[in-house]
Design a protein around this ligand. Structure first.
Ligand code: FPP
Length: 236
């Protein structure tokens, strides 16, 4: 059973395995992403029910542009479909949506859907659902370097005053606590340029389940594994 008093405040997920799920079923890759979107929908609901404060999902990385035009376009179409279908319910459930990454490079329909969602849900106080879109940790850290350098050259910041918080505050995750639990599905054991700065002390849980088959029960299992870990943050 999950200990309701030790729920992770922030869960980050690499939703991996959509392609292999589709291949196994002899379906096109986009059918795997569609099934992945349905799995994501259930995980968002479950996180809301468990009173988790933050859920961050890796939906599209800065490296995913290397995929075929059909697959990339298909993922963005799914994003728009998801938003159009779910926005009302997300809002009713008091979910606040944030986007991490350079989403302005996405197709214009996707940008419009994203901006509508950000605006409508901005004052909600329940689950903060963060969608990483055109996101990569190294690009995020490079962006922070540039923002901080600009403050230095404008004379708004002194080099002696740069702290770890200065860096955190210039990342897309500003105002979001670091992930307590980092989940990757599909049996792969890599971080894949996801939340590298933020996950310094996250507990990593690797599930062999392909993302479309990652049910709320699988999430509960990952949370129980997290609750069995001893977190020391470098101390003893
Ligand atoms: C990784 O599986 C998954 C992705 C790159 C896309 C994730 C997208 C969704 C879950 C659905 C769409 C939802 C939104 C919000 C856009 P993979 O394709 O790398 O799987 P593989 O490793 O088996 O090939």
């Amino acid at each position: 059973m999950i200990d309701k008093n030790r729920i992770p405040k922030h869960i980050a997920i690499v939703m991996d395995g959509n392609g292999r799920w589709a291949e196994k079923k002899k379906l096109p890759r986009i059918a795997g992403h569609n099934a992945g979107m349905l799995a994501m929908k259930e995980i968002v609901k479950k996180c809301s029910m468990l009173d988790i404060e933050n859920l961050t999902v890796y939906a599209f990385s800065t490296e995913n542009w290397k995929r075929s035009v059909e697959e990339v376009g298909g993922i963005f179409k799914l994003l728009v479909i998801y938003i159009e279908k779910e926005l009302k319910e997300l809002h009713e459930n008091n979910v606040k949506v944030k986007v991490l990454g350079d989403y302005k490079k996405l197709p214009k329909e996707a940008i419009a859907s994203i901006e509508k969602t950000l605006e409508i849900t901005k004052d909600n106080t329940g689950l903060c659902f963060n969608i990483a879109l055109n996101y990569g940790s190294r690009a995020e850290i490079l962006r922070a370097f540039k923002l901080i350098s600009k403050e230095l050259s404008d004379g708004k910041l002194n080099i002696e005053n740069i702290t770890e918080d200065t860096i955190s505050n210039n990342l897309y995750t500003k105002d979001i606590p670091d992930p307590d639990l980092f989940i990757r599905t599909s049996g792969e054991k890599r971080l894949s340029n996801y939340l590298l700065w933020q996950s310094a002390y996250s507990e990593l849980v690797f599930s062999d389940v392909l993302w479309p088959e990652f049910t709320p029960e699988e999430l509960e299992k990952a949370i129980m594994e997290f609750q069995n870990r001893k977190r020391r943050f470098g101390g003893r």
